[in-house]
Design a protein around this ligand. Structure first.
Ligand code: NAD
Length: 541
């Protein structure tokens, strides 16, 4: 087997990474070196080779970004622009993503270890979503000065002598902290609405794989986002913690693990500042025995193996009705054991995860890092020690199967005989590991689905629409798919808001509710003169 080496696949990506934006922090509209001149490495997960040394910002650099943001916020020009004008700039940034998908996808495939094809598809999604956020600027403008009594005044209207309107103000300086699994998508999903709403924003991407996020600084500069309105400071957890702790930061929007989410909420509580938290999950795939078995196999595989199982909405708990348990497991095992490994994600242009279209995952990517691999192996060792059955997988693959590459690969794994209180059922493993339990009645299916502290996304499969709806309505999670085919599983639409119940999060992303997270609702009471008079006078003046 050929060993994948730097010379035959990393060189080209590393050429892209010589650009300034991948080697400097973006602060106050300029690309600058970190104050202490530190760097940190990222690795190509398929081989473990160093991919790039990127700048490591620290609390001092966060301080610089905050001073730049304070000056832009005090200037006020950005916050008082029409949101539609800010939206136009965001749409142009989205256009910039679209025009650079080839380069960005190559970078993400090298940084995260995902097949190029998948990276390109999801980055296309980020560009579309950005255009959606851009268009919401006009919607936000139309929501300004909405009469309070336009809603019919249930429970009583304001006094006649008042002219009361609602406005949605930006919050101020917001900290945006993102995860590595879909780097640019996760980051831009924060940057775009935060800026459309009129905030000044500082992005701290993940240190594990955040290179593509650095390009957002370049796009902001290209489209003319004013100096200080948007900064990108790369660095580790301490850098994120410095951003959260700053008294000048009025809101933090975070995507990452529930553990870090807790720390961010604690730090924000000290200054009573707001948080929006998109956290982990342990999503349920509930399959009734009236489901077409082939569809159930495809959907289960897509649900748990997309992005190597490293997706917050990964459906890693299969809850299957007793009558089809044996059959479904046998079919799943067949597929799990045949899916080839993605030895060189950068060059993987044909095969790849098809989360965004019909079909199923047909290649297994490496995990993102050595520590993620270790974490997954620890979970599996603990499961074995507890007597949980490894139905298939459970080990690092034979080196020959992955081209002797030294990458962070793990066999796709199915665990059976999983107790409800075990870590394998309760905790997010973030790898290609499916835990299975069975049920007999509809009530039991609901109990099983709701048996963890998470509540991000779940699916119920049945050919009986009424049953699927009953169960979907009882599942406690921010997004539920009720389906007979599995079509659209994991798909997201920019206009459809979603978020987490319980330990999966606080607040909502996407859609108008997602935009509102970055605003403060304010009522303005006019008396002695009407708002119409006030507007007319300001137009004349
Ligand atoms: P993580 O919590 O380890 O890190 C996320 C980010 O937080 C990184 O940028 C990191 O540097 C920063 N950070 C770490 N400690 C910090 C602290 N004390 N203060 C401030 N910032 C800190 O998560 P991860 O491993 O990068 O990402 C994987 C997790 O993200 C999984 O749990 C996954 O489910 C979750 N995720 C959720 C969603 C969602 O939409 N709900 C989407 C993607 C990923």
């Amino acid at each position: 087997m050929t060993k994948i080496t730097k010379t035959n696949s990393l060189d080209k990506v590393q050429e892209h990474l010589t650009a300034e934006c991948f080697n400097k922090l973006f602060i106050g509209g300029q690309f600058v070196d970190p104050i202490d001149g530190q760097k940190m490495p990222t690795y190509y997960p398929a081989t473990g080779e160093v991919l790039h040394e990127l700048p490591k910002g620290n609390a001092n650099d966060i301080g610089s970004a905050i001073r730049a943001a304070e000056s832009a916020w005090l200037d006020g020009a950005w916050a008082s622009m029409p949101a539609s004008a800010r939206g136009n700039l965001i749409s142009r940034m989205a256009q910039g993503i679209e025009e650079n998908i080839e380069v960005l996808a190559a970078i993400e495939s090298a940084d995260v270890g995902k097949p190029f094809r998948q990276a390109a598809l999801t980055l296309g999604g980020a560009a579309n979503e950005g255009k959606y956020w851009g268009s919401l600027g006009a919607v936000l403008d139309s929501e300004q000065d909405t009469p309070v009594n336009s809603g019919g005044g249930v429970g009583g209207l304001p006094p006649d002598e008042w002219d009361v309107v609602y406005r949605r103000d930006p919050i101020g300086i917001v900290g945006l902290i993102s995860a590595w699994n879909y780097p640019l998508n996760v980051a831009f999903r924060k940057v775009a609405p935060a800026l459309v709403a009129g905030n000044c924003a500082i992005l701290k991407p993940s240190e594990i794989a955040g290179l593509s996020c650095m390009f957002l600084g370049k796009l902001a500069q290209d489209v003319g986002i004013p100096e200080g309105v948007f900064s990108v400071v790369t660095g580790g957890p301490e850098t994120g913690a410095a951003l959260v702790a700053s008294p000048s930061v009025s809101m933090v929007s975070f995507t990452g693990s529930s553990l870090t989410g807790t720390k961010i909420m604690e730090a924000s509580a000290q200054k009573l500042s707001q948080v929006a938290l998109e956290l982990g999950g342990k999503s349920a795939m509930v399959v009734f025995e009236d489901t077409d078995i082939e569809r159930a196999v495809e959907t289960t595989i897509k649900g748990c193996l997309t992005n190597g199982g490293q997706i917050c909405t990964a459906h890693t708990r299969l809850i299957v009705q007793e009558g089809i348990m044996g059959h479904l497991l046998k079919e799943l095992k067949n597929v799990f054991e045949k899916i080839p490994y993605c030895r060189d994600p950068i060059t993987e242009r044909e095969r790849g995860d098809r989360a965004w279209e019909a079909g199923m995952t047909d290649v297994i990517q490496p995990l993102v890092s050595a520590s993620q691999l270790e974490k997954v192996l620890d979970f599996l060792n603990e499961a074995k020690a507890e007597g949980i059955e490894i139905y298939t997988g459970g080990r690092v693959p034979d080196p020959a199967d992955v081209g002797n590459s030294g990458g962070y690969f793990i066999q796709p794994t199915i665990l059976t005989n999983v107790p409800r209180d075990s870590d394998a059922w309760q905790k997010e493993i973030f790898g290609p590991v499916l835990s299975v339990r069975s049920f007999s009645s509809e009530a039991e299916a609901i109990t099983e689905a709701n048996s963890t502290a998470f509540g991000l996304a779940s699916t119920v499969m049945s050919s009986d629409p009424a049953k699927a709806m009953r169960v979907a309505n009882r599942i406690r999670s921010g997004a539920v798919f009720a389906t007979s085919t599995g079509e659209g599983l994991l798909a997201e639409h920019p206009a459809v808001s979603r978020g987490g119940f319980g330990c999966s999060g606080v607040g909502r992303e996407l859609g108008i509710f997602g935009l509102h997270e970055y605003t403060e609702l304010k009522s303005v009471n006019y008396s002695g003169f009407s708002i119409a008079e006030a507007k007319e006078n300001s137009n004349n003046g």
